[in-house]
Design a protein around this ligand. Structure first.
Ligand code: SF4
Length: 327
């Protein structure tokens, strides 16, 4: 690991100022991904700004019915919070499906958004990787790509975003509050992560000096009927091949409200807008669920080893919707 300087920030303003003052700086919260990346020399920060003393550790119900989650709330705390379990079970389930208990005890909400892909070639210094070294090529395309993306890919990168929590948050229309040298701003969760395009090394819409301070989960009464299903190679401590986060409200047999998001399929948590649109106001039947899943995966493309994901995604969407609709 390369030597670095270290400072403990006493305020969000100080944390941002430290970032502005150093060109090769990184924030650290739980460190569950950053430290691994530093050990592998994928990340080589010269200055580390520790955030753990900042007052961003609360989960709070707001007067408008939303819930604010501080960026330093540990994953385990958020998953166990009574309001999250009761009002947004999909979020609690998604978090508990991620990593191990030990990692969830360390990992923070803000850090979860910023974790890097688990593409094997990204971690292999001898491989070509446009994300690690822009312009060098992508060894996953034409290589072993069983875990890679099927939607929103580019010729530069077919990596997936590894988070479970973020799949639930994009389904819930969460917002990300960030603070930078020009003050605070709000980013819709669906706009926070980016598709790879020609610049897969740029993964989010965060500016270099910006710090995530809070996640806002808006009120969504029908999210009480929600579910997260993760399909993976082993029962725990594995990343999603496919995951589905969904919430549904059915009235008189018709779909009144619906949210669907997919994990393990794209460079970002994938909101299934096409499937949602296809099902709006329709009867909650298996036939309609199948048609909607087909619609969502219409533009999907595999790269050899990962072609099975297209059918798997469709089936997982249908089975989750059937369960939630009581079919
Ligand atoms: Fe790198 Fe993306 Fe290709 Fe993986 S898929 S090798 S992260 S460019």
């Amino acid at each position: 690991m390369k030597p670095f300087t270290f400072i403990q920030a006493g305020s969000t303003g100080q944390a941002v100022a430290e970032m502005v003052g150093h060109s090769m700086a990184k924030f650290i919260g739980g460190g569950t991904n950053l430290v691994d990346l530093m050990r592998e020399q994928i990340e080589q920060p010269e200055h580390i700004i520790d955030l753990t003393q900042l007052p961003l550790t609360q989960v709070e119900e707001q007067p408008d019915g939303s819930i604010s989650v501080g960026a330093l709330v540990r994953n385990s705390h958020l998953a166990a919070h009574p309001s999250i379990r009761q009002r947004y079970p999909v979020l609690s389930q998604a978090i508990l499906n991620g990593a191990s208990a030990q990692l969830r005890n360390m990992a923070t909400t803000g850090g979860n958004l910023l974790q890097r892909t688990r593409c094997y070639y990204f971690y292999d210094e001898t491989a070509r990787c446009n994300k690690r070294q822009p312009g060098s090529g992508c060894d996953a395309i034409g290589g072993f790509n069983r875990i890679h993306a099927i939607l929103g890919t580019s010729e530069a990168c077919i990596a997936t975003h590894p988070s479970d929590m973020c799949v639930a948050l994009v389904a819930l229309d969460a917002k990300v509050i960030v603070e930078g040298k020009n003050g605070q701003r709000e980013i819709a969760f669906a706009d926070f992560h980016l598709l790879p395009g020609e610049t897969p090394h740029i993964e989010t819409s965060l500016q270099p000096d910006e710090l995530i301070t809070t996640i806002i989960i808006p009120p969504l009464p029908f999210a009480g009927n929600s579910l997260y299903r993760k399909v993976r190679d082993r029962a725990s401590y594995a990343f999603a091949l496919i995951s589905v986060a969904a919430a549904i409200e059915v009235e008189n047999g018709l779909i009144k409200n619906l949210r669907i998001a997919l994990g393990g399929v794209a460079h970002k948590p994938w909101r299934a807008y096409r499937a949602e649109e296809a099902l709006a106001g329709k009867e909650a039947t298996a036939q309609n669920f199948i048609a909607a899943a087909e619609e969502e995966l219409k533009s999907a493309a595999g790269f050899g080893h990962n072609r099975f994901k297209i059918e798997l995604a469709k089936r997982t969407i249908v089975s989750v919707l059937q369960l939630l609709a009581g079919k």
